[in-house]
Design a protein around this ligand. Sequence first.
Ligand code: MIC
Ligand code: SF4
Length: 644
Amino acid sequence: MGMSLTEKTIRDHLVSGEMKPGEEIALRIDQTLTQDVTGTMAFLQFEALGVPRVHTKLSVSYVDHNMLQTGFESADDHRYLQSAASKYGAYFSRPGNGICHQVHLERFGVPGQTLIGSDSHTPTCGGLGMLGIGAGGLDVAAAMAAYPFYITMPRATLVRLTGELGPWVSAKDVILEVLRRLSVKGGVGRVMEYGGPGVASLSVPERATVTNMGAELGATSSIFPSDSRTREFLGAQSREDVWLELAADADAEYDDVLEIELGTLEPLVAQPYSPDRVAPAAELAGTKLSQVCIGSCTNSSYRDMMAVAAILEGKQVHPEVSLTISPGSRQVLQMLSEKGAVATLVAAGARILEASCGPCIGMGQAPPSGGATLRSFNRNFQGRCGTKDAPTYLAGVEACAASALAGEIVDPRTLGEPVRVLEPDAFIVDDAMVIPPSDRPDEVEIMRGPNIAPVPMRGPLADQIRGQVLLVAGDDVTTDDIMPAGAQILPLRSNIPAISQHVFSRQDPGFAERALREGGGFIVGRANYGQGSSREHAALAPMALGVQAVLARSFARIHHANLVNFGILPLRMPGTAPVSQGDELEMGSVRAALEAARPLSVTNLTNGKTFEATYDLTPRQSKILLAGGLLNYIREGGADAASA
Ligand code: MIC
Ligand code: SF4
């Protein structure tokens, strides 16, 4: 039987384990990426591992999130990251060089290689046939220190594309259609592998829009073949030497197949507050807007920005709408300047922001109270934009630009003759903002600012755990709910005691105080707990507050791994379990149960009822939990250390 591209790439990097879906496998990692708001912790953890230089083929440390620098904290952290990269052997992409995923696609991604990144959208490089996987910062630190990366062997879903996109329909509509059909849980445990004759009609940046937003499906990764279009893109980046042809075998078998005839798609919009609440733009036409934001790692390529400029050319943004444009990279911005597109955008009334994440992570540009915002981004969780009651919609850049002109959501097909952007034969290649590591590491001094607090650690798992249910939450709790981001909170990422004060602060402002007063306790969720980002702070900060276990029906992959890494038990409990907020729970013989892979017996001391909690832990993960987290486990000499 033939193999899928996913299986071939995994086979070529397999360190241990059997390639059977559901089994734990360990992978050799070729490249890593970190960004500033997960990177400070990742490099601090790398230092804690005591390894003098990174062991990967390539590690890049990006600065793209904490860009406002409203106090000393972020600038200090950036200086730490620059000095750490130089000393430990990573490349440093300076603030202003662009969003990690866009820059990595342009300048570093290699077909057929493995990449893990401390950011959930690391699968973006799947657009050029690379296996990119999002992970917690500690897992990335471990990979930099040469430990393999552990995941559950995913199933492969073939998304078979046929035909070609119609006028005004874009790659964003392809992934919105997949989200519409499968939901934010639909990709869990899977790699979404794109194939079929329709693939050839999509350029690499278009493919990257699709693989980027595979993160919103909860997928482990998303990948396209590497073909002549990949070669063209790499050639235009002066990197044709890294190209190789990659595809699934003709007789590869997949766990499922999703058919998409590209010609039948129409412009789509995700409605508040979930990327899978997808409806045709035509149905939402007339929804008044206060803001339109174009950019983010999903839609900020040269092609996307040029399409926006072509739509806005000679027109004016609606007076009630604030339109922001964040180019994905310095290269994109340089190209736009060269083509005169910056002048076109400015003339139309767009607000040009720097090449960074910007409004996508609430780093400025919070919309007005109750004002609807339409964004070419990938996440529209409530409050993420910085204004809790601002309805947030997601769409492709064409719908965004057309709607910015109209002051309300419009179907871009109403604009008439479609715009066409050709990929350039050659991009401007200038890596001056990427600083290579020092060749005299001993002479590099690490610069640590006062914002950097020591990484908290937990002791070995207790045998008897007792505490209060601090919060009972619903389905699809996001990591933005658990550990909000935004301009006030993100600068605290390297200071866990300070950031832990904000755990669940949007839902439940008293949470942190209650947890500290009670000396920790439990969080109860439902399905897909911890979906969204890779931020390990959504585990690390609750750990610092004393949270011992999360009880839920199911967990999102990266968050589950992060809970294990920081010594919080991710337990499954029956949907009918008798638990309310404020109840006192007790679990006995916890260590013995984990050692014997037995369910845990939980007693609700408040109502006297008992139930069983199960878990999806590999023997290695149980050992990590018994040790009180991955750092402890590695320090104790866990031979098979790293990841979940
Ligand atoms: C996001 O889009 O939520 C982020 C900010 O990029 C996160 C990473 C983080 O929280 O640091 C992600 O997607 O993993
Ligand atoms: Fe940055 Fe937004 Fe992409 Fe996260 S999703 S990496 S915040 S642009």
